[in-house]
Ligand binder design. Sequence first.
Ligand SMILES: C[S@@+](CC[C@H](N)C(=O)[O-])C[C@H]1O[C@@H](n2cnc3c(N)ncnc32)[C@H](O)[C@@H]1O
Length: 506
Amino acid sequence: MNSNLEASYDLIAYPAVSHFHTRIDRLHSIGVLLGMTPPPVETCRVLELGCGPGMNLVSLAYRNPGARFLGIDLSRDQIRQAQKTAATLGIENIEFRHQDLTEFDPESGLFDFILVHGVFAWVPAEVQQKILQICRDHLSPAGIAYLSYNTLPGWYQNLWVRDMMKFASENEEEKNKISKARAFATLIAQSPMLDTGRKASLQKSLQDMEKESDSYLRHEFLEITNQPIYFQEFMDLASAHGLQYLADAEINALIQDEWPAALPFTTVEDNPVWKEQMSDFLRTRTFRKSLLCRKDISLDPTTAPLRLGDMWAVSFLRQDPTPGPSPVPGATRYIDIGGKGGLFIAPSAMNTALLAMEASYPHGIQVKALMERGREAGYQDDDHHFAKRLLELWKKGHIDLLQSLAKMAKSRGDQPIVSPVARYQALSTDCLTNLDHYPVNVHKDFCRLIPHIDGTRTVAELASMALQDGIIPASPQVDPSLQLSNATTQVHRFLDWCLQHGLLLG
Ligand SMILES: C[S@@+](CC[C@H](N)C(=O)[O-])C[C@H]1O[C@@H](n2cnc3c(N)ncnc32)[C@H](O)[C@@H]1O
């Protein structure tokens, strides 16, 4: 079974992308806010199981030069690609091993963070058991394990689509499989025999698929194994290996006030696993990024407000330009750029803080400075109350709370530098990893300029290069000095965009 999987990933490599939620300093902060004392990120050891082509780990290793990283994967070709990437970028604090994780070396020692993204649901049960055994035997006492997997009941809808796509492509040559599978599902979606509800949901699945690469769809929808699991079942397996639930890395919890409306006729159990499972039923969630730690750690989220002052806050909320009628006079409506809905915030210290965070994005502001700004604006909120409100926004995923910030530029400067990782990626893709470990899609033409933004060229030199290489189209009718000046303006705009999207080094 594992040799089939190896051949499948050797043949069609998984997209070489980073996964924002595996960012180790973020995982560290989540641990701290929930009462843990995880090992310091600066000197930690990190293991990634099923690391694929390694881009995730390479970006993490670049961001954390004092930490040490080990990535293993069953696919020889992907590991070769990972090793080549690390060598080209001169990243030395990382090792990639071609290995079946079921043969993981018991002498490998302890790791402070174990990352397993996009593997657990896609491997046979015995490999799942081995993943949990590795977490049990190799997670350091205050370490954090991250495991992502497809979940039920949300995935029931996708299983129907997956079965249909597998059925349609079974006897096709590899190179035609995905196009045949897509075409078949599209045909079914047009059938008049399909009931309205099914049709709408199939059309929605097809729309979602349009945004995905063939390689992702091949492994998600046509791979031999894809076994979604209920959160409760996942936790039963984890618990049998001495692990407990910490949180999900993509925090979007139902907060205290939402429970009565969520379940009007039942009592709410004071049990995090039960609550999370309920929220999966209510939201038909399809994917989880769960964080686990050892059972003997006593978690205490009530101390979080006390741990907040020195942390940095980054907000994903933006003022809504068309807010509609407000329930509270003077309230500001915000929308979440990550698609987590919107909310009204009344004039308050919190509103002052959100506006300040929006203005400083992608840079964060220290929480104690936000508290100070509230006081300067004339609000006398008590710090504890402010911290609790901030934590509610954090639990909804509207803000990030971090213990340190990436070294991003605050202005574009005259000889700007795009991060080396993004410069390397730009040679083969327009989906780049920014300094916050976040994937950013860059305009196709301007992406060709990225490898040259390495600190050796001025903006004017970059502009003339953009004209020469056809990145900015030149027109023979226009005076060359005017063309250069227009190109310089466009490059300035592009660099501002890079700055805003966390691509420029500080
Ligand atoms: C869906 S891909 C995810 C890759 C990467 N973690 C990511 O999310 O970008 C699953 C990966 O798990 C690897 N894998 C599957 N079974 C494995 C095993 N038994 N040992 C090591 N790696 C395995 C595959 O080769 C593949 O690279």
